[in-house]
Design a protein around this ligand. Structure first.
Ligand SMILES: *Cc1c(COP(=O)(O)O)cnc(C)c1O
Length: 477
């Protein structure tokens, strides 16, 4: 039931101060024709409404949430406490710079540490998400080639194991996408890459570890091939959770990288809040970075605009409080904790994969990074139980489903990313549930087809929801 439906005329809980400015009514032509539909509820009714909604959702605090590629790790509360400090959240973007030096110091520090972690020379904190960072990075690439007169470079190489946003961003930046197939080992097919690498190549976008959870073993050769044809290398670092503090894109030959602070650096995402997709680059690209950057001059910090800036990618300074949370996380973990988090993420994924691979077919039988992909194609053939059925069965066992039917190169894919914040006990419980569902697939497939049965809503008409979405509430009057 919606707030509007619970509403009763005359109720309400607004306690507003008296208006202290002259009341000016709009002109007749601008005035609304119908009264505004404001729900009228008492405070307890309102409070209960939102608590009820909270009970119906699933979040990382409700249980295991192994959503591959999305890194739903636990977000330490201290991040929130720091971001809630008045000096951070009661400021205005147009405040004189002299009054927000502390906030600028946060930006400068975050930039410094993120550069150190990625092996880049400069970084913009402006992009609001991973895909937004990709577009920013590609515009940097374009500005670079334009400045060199490389107008014939119109193509971007994207391996087929890349995240779906990579080809989309390249197309948005006006490039033609050339897909490079993966070999049987799940890595970029080097021979195919060599064939495609020509003078018309502006660059390559590589997701690493890729979407099948593997670290490309030919990474240095890949970046060399692209550089040899005059292209630049872009590293999709959304999945840095597997490698942060251990290896750096800058040392692998990459020129540009984006990070997802809302995945790797532990700030809530999905329905939980805004994200940030900072973009780092090597020195020669810094002149094209979006405005604004923080520059340090002795003790004084001020904003600058790079000489040949591509312009603004977002209003003001990006999602500043997300940066505050990420910096808190980095400082809490420190130089030892950052690589430790990655090692544990990789260990947890390999542990779970090895506990399941006698029953479930792994897409690639290799050591994985922070996530692994299984294919349920055989199970479906034998029992009729699909990846979707298993995912729904997990929900009845208090586990959020893994990412489903992605990557596209694996049939009936389930992509599991446990993250480093899960204990051995949680992993063991999840393994037991996966194993029990596998047994149920043979013994009671009909039951699984109807899962979930214990959730607030059961099996949904997902196609109907996508094709005929109801996005507006229709009032009767
Ligand atoms: C999540 C993700 C993205 C996109 O990030 P958004 O913040 O959702 O735009 C890009 N690449 C990879 C590998 C990702 O996992």
């Amino acid at each position: 039931m919606l707030l509007f439906e619970k509403s009763r005329e005359g109720r309400g809980c607004a306690i507003l101060p008296e208006c202290d400015v002259p009341v000016v009514l709009p002109q007749e032509k601008d005035a609304r024709k119908q009264p505004l539909h404001m729900p009228a509820l008492s405070e307890p009714e309102l409070s209960r409404h939102y608590t009820e909604l909270a009970h119906k959702t699933r979040g990382v605090n409700d249980g295991f949430y192994p959503l591959g590629s999305c890194t739903m790790k636990y977000n330490p509360r201290v991040n929130e406490q720091i971001a809630a400090l008045e000096g951070f959240n009661q400021i205005h973007p147009l405040q004189p710079q002299g009054t927000v030096q502390g906030c600028m110091e946060v930006m400068a520090l975050a930039e410094k540490y993120l550069c150190e972690i990625t092996g880049m020379d400069h970084m913009t904190l402006q992009p609001a998400a991973g895909a937004h960072g990709e577009l920013t990075g590609l515009l940097l690439m374009k500005a670079y080639h334009t400045s060199k007169g490389n107008t014939h470079k119109t193509k971007i190489l994207v391996p087929d194991s890349a995240h779906g946003t990579n080809p989309a961003s390249a197309a948005m930046a006006g490039y033609t996408v050339v897909s490079i197939p993966s070999g049987d080992d799940g890595c970029v097919d080097i021979e195919k890459l060599k064939e495609a690498a020509g003078d018309d190549i502006a660059g390559l976008m590589l997701t690493n570890p890729n979407t099948v959870g593997l670290f490309d073993k030919n990474i240095r050769e890949i970046t060399q091939i692209v550089h040899d044809c005059g292209g630049l290398c872009y590293y999709d670092g959304a999945n840095l959770n597997a490698v942060m503090g251990i290896v750096r894109p800058g040392d692998m030959g990459f020129d540009i990288v984006h990070l997802n602070l809302h995945k790797t650096f532990s700030t809530p995402h999905g329905g939980g809040g805004p994200g940030a997709g900072p973009v780092g680059c090597k020195e020669e690209l810094a002149q094209f970075l979006p405005s604004v950057l923080v520059e340090k001059d002795g003790d004084d910090l001020h904003f600058t605009k790079p000489e040949h800036s591509i312009g603004e990618m977002k209003s003001f300074y990006g999602n500043f409080l997300v940066v505050v949370k990420a910096l808190t996380y980095i400082l809490t973990l420190g130089r030892e904790g950052i690589p430790q988090a990655s090692s544990n993420a990789v260990l947890n994924a390999n542990y779970m994969m090895n506990q399941l691979k006698d029953l479930y077919t792994m897409a690639y039988d290799d050591i994985c990074m922070h996530e692994f992909v299984m294919s349920l194609a055989d199970l479906k053939k034998d029992t009729g139980i699909s990846a979707m059925d298993i995912a729904k069965g997990l929900l009845d066992n208090n586990i959020h489903p893994p990412t489903m039917y992605f990557p596209l190169i694996v049939e009936e894919a389930l992509m599991v990313e446990p993250t480093e914040t899960e204990s051995r006990e949680t992993l063991d419980e999840a393994v037991a549930v996966f194993r029990q569902l596998h047994a149920q697939a043979a013994a009671d497939p009909e039951g699984l087809h109807h899962a979930p049965t214990k959730t607030p809503v059961t099996r949904l008409d997902e196609v109907g929801a996508a094709r005929h979405p109801h996005l507006r509430y229709h009032f009767e009057d």
